[in-house]
Write a protein that binds this ligand. Structure first.
Ligand SMILES: *Cc1c(COP(=O)(O)O)cnc(C)c1O
Length: 391
């Protein structure tokens, strides 16, 4: 093990401003969902060019609500990439629908109009597209396929805050989008999520459903001395965000442009240092947008002396915690009892990709350590393999 300090794959950028904002929220006496959540929703909607934003407890609950308000229910098929965090596939099952796995494009790791088309069934009611690792999905051709068929396109933009698609924030072109503020993402509230949509009626229903489907919000009841009687209009949920979280989110949202700029600078530096190394293919911006590089991944190919797991081990021995690339949901025990899906690109990418550390406060020196460890391990292995051939 290295004597140098450990380098983690991600580290949230939090400071005194967040501490002060939390202290102010607590001093106000309002710690559950209240005025700070409303302010965070307004600021987030503006930043993401969304008509409406509804804060939730996390992105998984935002995806769940998105399916409910889009009218997706029991018996429906919902196309999802297997190549995503498990929550993308789980969301349809919460509403009694059936996730149908689509393969992804090898360059971006995202579903395409073609892979979605191959997964269509007569029961397809929705598609959940993902901006995987922050790489913007090519949404327009997918909407071109789905809109005439009446299939709702939901964007899982959990990783996407700060990424752009055709000059606008990702999510702005979907019927409905879901966002995550988990610390593994760029902008964090500890736990937290958001649903954005252009449909006023969907936003209104989501706002009610996240709060037990109460006809009067808790904030409105609290604001009046003689609280109006509430009614429960349907079976709702408790998917609320707290004002303590929203206070952090408001500060974090202000930091987002800086966070994205620094991540893109670090990634450009990685790409430059790894350029020309045979067998390493870094993920890049696609032609149609820019990535926030929430996850900067490399595909470790056959002509690299180490395989993916070997590369991860070499990094760990140097005190660097990289990550296996994006998981494949269809291989998890929760989903292996389903009919086998033909997902060759998903399987290749999930087996051969490696996520390198990138975080706002990462220094050039720390980044050099990551690259040195990877390239030195490759050299040593290559030299040993050559020696074995000669012997
Ligand atoms: C992180 C993530 C989620 C889940 O987000 P939570 O806020 O933790 O519920 C969903 N989808 C994708 C693609 C993610 O990366």
């Amino acid at each position: 093990m290295s004597a140098e300090p450990r380098i983690n794959v991600m580290k949230p950028w939090l400071g005194q401003e967040e501490i002060d904002a939390v202290a102010a929220a607590i001093s106000s006496g309002w710690v559950a969902q209240g005025p700070r959540v409303a302010a965070f929703e307004a600021a987030f909607a503006e930043a993401m060019e969304a008509e409406h934003a509804v804060a939730t407890s996390n992105c998984t609950t935002a995806l769940h609500l998105a399916l409910v308000v889009a009218g997706v229910g029991p018996g429906a098929d919902v196309i999802v990439p297997s190549f995503s965090f498990i929550a993308t596939a789980n969301a349809p099952t919460y509403v009694g629908a059936n996730p149908v796995f689509a393969d992804v494009d090898a360059t971006t790791g995202n579903v395409t109009a073609e892979t979605v088309r191959l997964a269509l069934t007569p029961k397809t009611r929705a598609v959940i597209v993902v901006d995987q690792g922050g790489i913007p999905v090519d949404l327009d051709p997918i909407r071109g396929l789905c809109d005439p068929l009446g299939i709702v396109v939901i964007e899982d933009a959990a990783c996407g805050a700060g990424s752009t698609y055709r000059g606008r924030p990702v999510g702005a072109g979907a019927d409905i989008a879901a966002w995550s503020f988990h610390p593994r993402k760029l902008l964090t509230t500890g736990e937290g999520g958001m649903l954005t949509t252009a449909h006023a009626d969907w936003a209104e229903r989501a706002r009610r459903l996240r709060e037990h489907a109460m006809s009067v919000s808790a904030a409105d009841r609290q604001a009046s001395l003689l609280a109006p009687a509430e009614e429960y209009l349907e079976i709702g949920f408790n998917f609320r965000m707290t004002d303590v979280q929203a206070a952090i989110g408001l500060v974090q949202l202000g930091r987002l442009p800086q966070i994205v700029a620094r991540r893109r600078e670090l990634v450009a530096r990685y790409v430059k240092m790894l350029d020309g190394v045979p067998g390493l293919r870094p993920v890049r911006d696609p032609a149609w947008g820019t990535s926030n590089f929430q996850s900067f991944w490399l595909e470790v190919q056959g002509d690299f002396p180490l395989d993916r797991d070997g590369a991860m081990l070499a990094l760990a021995e140097a005190g660097i915690s990289a990550r296996r690339g994006i998981m494949a949901a269809h291989r998890q025990p929760a989903y292996t009892n389903r009919p086998g899906a033909w997902l060759p690109i998903t399987e290749r990418l999930t087996d051969a990709t490696l996520i390198l550390p990138v975080y706002h406060e990462m220094t050039d020196r720390e980044q050099d350590r990551v690259v040195d460890a990877l390239l030195r391990a490759a050299e040593t292995t290559a030299a040993r393999q050559t020696a074995e051939v000669i012997a």
